[in-house]
Design a protein around this ligand. Structure first.
Ligand code: PEP
Ligand code: MG
Length: 754
């Protein structure tokens, strides 16, 4: 083989010539394999292309039997080629036939070749095909040869993605070439179904020139770009915002370390020396890293590789002058935005009329962007680790926010069935809209109050749209979470005032700050805790930092001047905490009154029942409160000692169990005894079957996600409450794990709309 440094360069130059020839794609591919075989002194060179159904098809060969072209096919995972395609790894074998994955394809006549070097043809982390060279003798290919083949594969990837193969697929009368379909089931962040096309929040940089004309020039470009990158990172790190947020500065510090990492820089230089332009070299090394990243079992290391990936993207942008983020307005219809992560404001920036779904590699249910997605009614999925590497701008994709599923490049059948689902969903929504102005009255005459949960200004239009009675839970912490720093009094007053204005006279229940556990404020230092859900959070923090609660109370009282105002406290564990918190609000009330401020005409102060200890204090607590609201998300988590955010525990205990429903029943009974209004504001209330169980135990008011109001109202209007309670009562005393099955049966037998 020619000298290792020259080999790939000569090859790349010749490859460019072949590609520029005005010939049919098949012919060009045939010439390509001949060229590679010649350059690498191999007897065989073959190109396999990934086809629909995850099949690798032989598209061109030098050395294997020509008749096998477009006939030989391997499923991913099958044979050596399938293994490369499946795992995105290279294989360098001196005796391929003794490898456990070897599969003999008689039509190719490959039994006489022993040594085998195969590499994935990758683009943006997706495997488009496999490139293989083979020799008769038992030999081990050198590292330089492996490098050279990888560089060649990368150039081929560009050719394949540039449409040549699609053109070829038409010529060969096969349907359009397409890379692998993927199916992921991860975490749903916001309900709903969407079909659309991928928009990468940070678009992938398109490289125009892969092959270097002038090596010293490319090396200089690389050096300059790296210097610029280091400056950028230093600036970011020295920026005052980053310095304050310790978590973020850790990430930047790691990035700075990578930016100065000799190993990485050497690999970039080596890639240029094989004949690539500076940007192609960055992409080449990035592809290797991505492939390594996908195989890495340690999540911490995977995370660090992500950082390196970010850095490569920055470098690519410096070299090509590409923009950093997708256009917010010039979007295709039915856009599904895919991102590693995203702030809520960034999502709000997108043109709402075109964005149909969001997929994040990070992002949990309580992340701010998830909250905004839910508020906007955009289906969203989180924790989709590795999704960015599986997709490209324009790819077809389905987001199923009801199950947490993603289908990348779905088959036509799947698209059809999902389109049907979307139509069905829309029909149902239309039916719920028709119920908007009808009362939530059971068949036996029980009126149920239906309210919405909110936490942002963008939630408020849902109040009128859903026809709900009011806002049963306004989570004030979201405003704090989205701010850059602690909102001052006037900012808080403005915010609460605008919420009350938008409610247009319907009641709003403001909950005081519920910070802690998974809800953190970037500007508030919080100690690391072993069990943050059971830790220093929420009202506990407010007890220790009374100024915080008092400032918030003052803002609410000022905003509510002349109106009805409802305030409630979260995470109360005993009566004393409630009296103390109420005293703080009343002290502010007194001060404002003395200073001559206008005050709410009617102030109601309530408690959230979300810590089980309160169930045994209801007789002393209820006389002191104006109303109570069951926070079933936390109440159920604490009743069962089962972390509400842990996917391993999801579904293990059912809120429709005798224990949970029994607890609710007890609260409802006590509230009746003390003539106090009790409502529920956990997620349960928004799901028709669960809401039916709650109405069954006697609850007459609930607050829920706005999209739950229609379905729950339909359920209520078809339900006989007394009949349901008679059915449930004996079951609640029994040993069942859950009443779910029985309730479903009841609903079906009695025509209750679930
Ligand atoms: C709850 O715990 O049920 C609740 C409504 O509060 P959050 O979900 O905000 O903790
Ligand atoms: Mg709670």
């Amino acid at each position: 083989m020619p000298s290792p440094a020259l080999g790939p360069r000569v090859l790349l130059r010749k490859l460019r010539e072949v590609m520029a020839e005005p010939e049919a794609a098949q012919k060009r591919l045939d010439k390509t394999v001949t060229l590679i075989a010649g350059n690498m002194v191999a007897e065989v060179c073959s190109i396999y292309v990934m086809r629909p159904g995850n099949i690798l098809e032989l598209y061109a060969t030098e050395g294997l039997k020509r008749e096998a072209v477009h006939k030989s096919k391997l499923k991913t995972g099958e044979g050596l080629v399938g293994l490369i395609g499946d795992q995105a790894i290279g294989l360098n074998l001196s005796d391929a036939q003794h490898h456990p994955a070897f599969k003999y394809l008689p039509e190719t006549g490959e039994e006489i070749y022993h040594s085998f070097l195969g590499v994935p043809i990758m683009r943006g982390g997706a495997v488009l095909g496999v490139l293989v060279v083979q020799n008769r003798t038992l030999r081990h290919y050198t590292d330089e040869e492996e490098e050279a083949l990888q560089t060649t594969a990368m150039v081929l990837a560009e050719v394949m993605a540039s449409g040549d193969l699609k053109e070829m697929a038409r010529e060969t009368a096969i349907d359009v070439a397409q890379v692998r379909s993927h199916h992921l089931r991860v975490e749903s962040l916001a309900e709903g179904i969407a079909l659309g096309h991928v928009v990468l929040h940070e678009p992938r940089v398109r490289i125009q020139n892969m092959i270097a004309e002038n090596l010293p020039f490319e090396l200089k470009r690389l050096d300059d770009a790296v210097a610029q990158l280091r400056n950028q990172v230093d600036e970011l790190l020295d920026g005052s915002d980053a310095a304050r947020a310790t978590d973020y500065s850790d990430v930047l510090e790691t990035i700075r370390m990578f930016a100065n990492d000799k190993g990485w820089l050497n690999r970039l230089k080596e890639a240029v020396e094989t004949g690539l332009t500076a940007e192609a070299a960055v992409e080449r090394v990035q592809n290797d890293n991505r492939a390594r990243m996908q195989r890495m079992p340690d999540p911490y290391l995977r995370e660090r590789m992500h950082d390196l990936d970010d850095l490569s993207n920055r470098l690519l942008r410096i070299l090509t002058g590409a923009v950093a983020t997708a256009s917010r307005t010039d979007l295709p219809q039915n856009s599904i935005v895919v991102s590693r992560n995203m702030g809520p404001a960034e999502l709000l920036d997108y043109d709402r009329t075109k964005i149909r779904g969001v997929i994040l590699e990070e992002g949990g249910k309580t992340s701010h962007v998830a909250i905004v997605a839910r508020a906007l009614g955009i289906p969203a999925i989180g924790q989709a680790d590795g999704i960015i590497n599986l997709v490209d701008t324009g790819d077809e994709i389905i987001v199923d926010g009801s199950t947490g599923e993603i289908f990348v490049r779905p088959t036509a059948e799947l698209q059809k069935s999902y389109a049907e689902k979307v139509r069905f969903y829309a029909k149902k929504q239309a039916r719920f809209t028709a119920l908007r102005d009808l009362p939530a009255l059971t068949r036996d005459g029980q009126l149920i109050g239906l309210n919405i949960n909110a936490g942002l200004t963008v939630d408020m239009p849902h109040l009128a749209e859903s026809g709900a009675d009011g806002v049963g839970l306004y989570r004030t912490e979201l405003h704090f979470m989205m701010a850059q720093r602690f909102p001052r009094l006037d900012a808080q007053v403005r915010h609460y005032r605008s919420i009350l204005e938008q409610a247009k006279g319907k009641p709003v229940t403001f909950r005081t700050l519920d910070i802690g556990a998974d809800k953190t404020l970037p500007y508030l230092r919080q100690p690391r805790e072993e069990n943050p859900a059971l830790g220093w959070r929420s009202i506990r923090m407010a007890m220790d930092r009374p100024a915080l609660l008092r400032l918030q109370a003052r803002a609410m009282l000022i905003a509510g001047a002349g109106q009805d105002l409802k305030i409630m406290f979260p995470m109360i564990a005993d009566v004393q905490e409630f009296t103390q918190a109420k005293a703080a609000v009343m002290m502010e009330h007194g001060i404002l009154k003395k200073r001559g401020y206008g005050l709410p005409r009617n102030l109601k102060i309530g408690v959230m029942i979300e810590i089980p200890s309160l169930i045994w204090q209801l007789d002393s607590l209820l006389p002191l409160v104006d109303f109570a609201s069951i926070g079933s998300n936390d109440l159920v988590q604490f009743l069962f000692a089962s972390d509400r955010g842990n996917p391993k525990l999801a579904g293990r205990y059912d809120p429709l169990s005798p224990a949970a429903l029994g607890a609710m029943r007890q609260i409802v009974e006590k509230a009746k005894q003390h003539k106090k209004v009790v409502t529920l504001c956990g997620e349960l209330g928004g799901r028709p079957l669960e809401a039916m169980g709650l109405v069954g135990v006697g609850l007459t008011s609930m607050s829920m996600v706005p999209s739950g109001v229609g379905p729950v109202k339909a359920m209520i209007r078809s339900l006989d409450q007394a009949k349901l309670w008679a059915f449930m009562e004996p079951l609640l005393r029994g040993p069942l794990h859950s009443l779910r099955g029985d309730l479903m049966e009841f609903a079906q037998r009695n025509g209750v709309e679930i």
